[in-house]
Design a protein around this ligand. Sequence first.
Ligand code: FAD
Ligand code: NAI
Length: 475
Amino acid sequence: MSQQYDVIVIGAGPGGYIAAIRAAQLGQNVACIDEWKSASGGPAPGGTCTNVGCIPSKALLQSSEHFEHANHHFADHGIRVKDVQIDVAQMVARKDQVVKQNNDGILYLFKKNKVSFFHGRGSFLAKTDAGFQVQVSGKDTQVLTAKQVIVATGSSARAWPGVPFDEDKVLSNDGALRIGAVPKRLAVIGSGVIGLEMGSVWRRLGAEVTILEGLPTFLGAADEQIAKEAKKAFDKRGLKIELGIKVGEIKSHKKGVSIAYTNAKGETRTLDADKIIVSIGRVPNTAGLNPEAVGLQLDERGAIVVDSDCRTNVPGVWAVGDVVRGPMLAHKAEEEGVAVAERMAGQHGHVNFITIPWVIYTSPEIAWVGRTEQQLKTDGVAYKAGTFPFLANGRARALGDTTGMVKFLADAQTDEILGVHIVGPMASELIAEAVVAMEFKASAEDIARICHAHPSLSEATKEAALAVDKRTLNF
Ligand code: FAD
Ligand code: NAI
């Protein structure tokens, strides 16, 4: 017997669970299916983000930052601590607890919003007159039917060809978040977001971390000036990043791993390490979904093909988040989930891709929204730039962290803000003001005229806006 719903959501990551809640708020009878298992085998909704992504990585970044502060910065404040030690098991247990709180929170939200949750794998069976049939394979097998389906099955780490993840020596993001003891030498392939965040965690805890990056430029998606400033800070902190390398053979052996590579000068090298994190991007999850049963179109990467409104080629089937085109970010997945739920209810859900912020939670943090200086040049847009260093910000001095700057890019004629780029303390929080400003099409002068609390890091944002018109007050 099939159970009938208005909407079936496959996947309870940030794209899926948020879509399910929004659809339920709009009066739909919603089922959400997710297969993620907790350590005890129970449901663990929240997807990559909650279980092995955003949340646990930020928990470990916080713990490792405390450790680094205790070791290197407390003394500046006159706080003397002796014999600082890291209890990795406790740090990982705390991280697991944070994850569990989030899993439980989502289960509570499903109950509160009357979303029916099914623990198991969801796969398309067929399209019938009653709607799409989706099979749930969990403890037992059930069939659900609905006229509308949202696929939000997310993504998984891309493995190095011929070197599968064993999560002991060859680690994906999953293994990188539960290393049992600080490795002496840690190799990372890819200086993207995961490489930098995970590399930072284990470097702060004492590992000698070497990141091998294929591209000749560092953080190509970020503004060049900001990326350079960040690279300088990472070098200073001892995070070794080699650019323009070509990785050859990766051998996993009893004692660790050895990676043969050619460096930017064309010299052949071998990097020996206890463990390796492979963070070279992610692949969409469509295996097991049986998309053929309803004729769902995938692209050459295996991503579900959607239009700008997240409609697939099959009317009634939508797809959101990492399993479709666009940046693989939790907040992008959430925005798409909300917009789809609203579109299904006849509303005009909207995602503004121009104002999706990017944040890298390293130290210093890196955050941006809008276009970079190099993009504006390529696009032939006349612009004005203004920067303000945290070195000249009173709150940053009081915090003891004056690395970095805020940078504004504004249209040369209209002064409209086209991009804001930050490297420095709490960039992840500061960027929100820039997102709001850009969403409301503010000018740099709008920000420059707004009163910002003193002393606060946000004054650097105001000053960078003033710098666009060459009238900073504190620099
Ligand atoms: P997912 O979160 O991947 O969720 C998909 C869910 O669907 C999973 O639970 C999966 O088990 C389930 N599923 C898949 N197939 C099926 C099936 N057939 N049946 C049932 N269930 C199925 N983004 C940020 O914005 N900020 C960050 O700080 C950040 N940090 C990250 C750190 C790491 C280490 C990683 C790996 C990623 C990070 N991301 C971050 C990216 C973010 O996690 C993803 O963009 C986000 O999780 C995508 O959400 P989603 O709902 O599309 O997919
Ligand atoms: P990524 O796309 O950010 O970085 C991958 C890096 O690996 C790139 O610099 C790329 O040039 C390099 N690379 C690829 N192939 C290579 C090769 N053969 N040899 C050497 N280098 C190679 O991917 P990553 O770090 O795996 O993260 C996946 C996604 O997860 C990110 O794109 C991001 O969307 C999301 N994420 C977001 C976070 C955040 O928002 N703070 C944190 C972590 C992940």
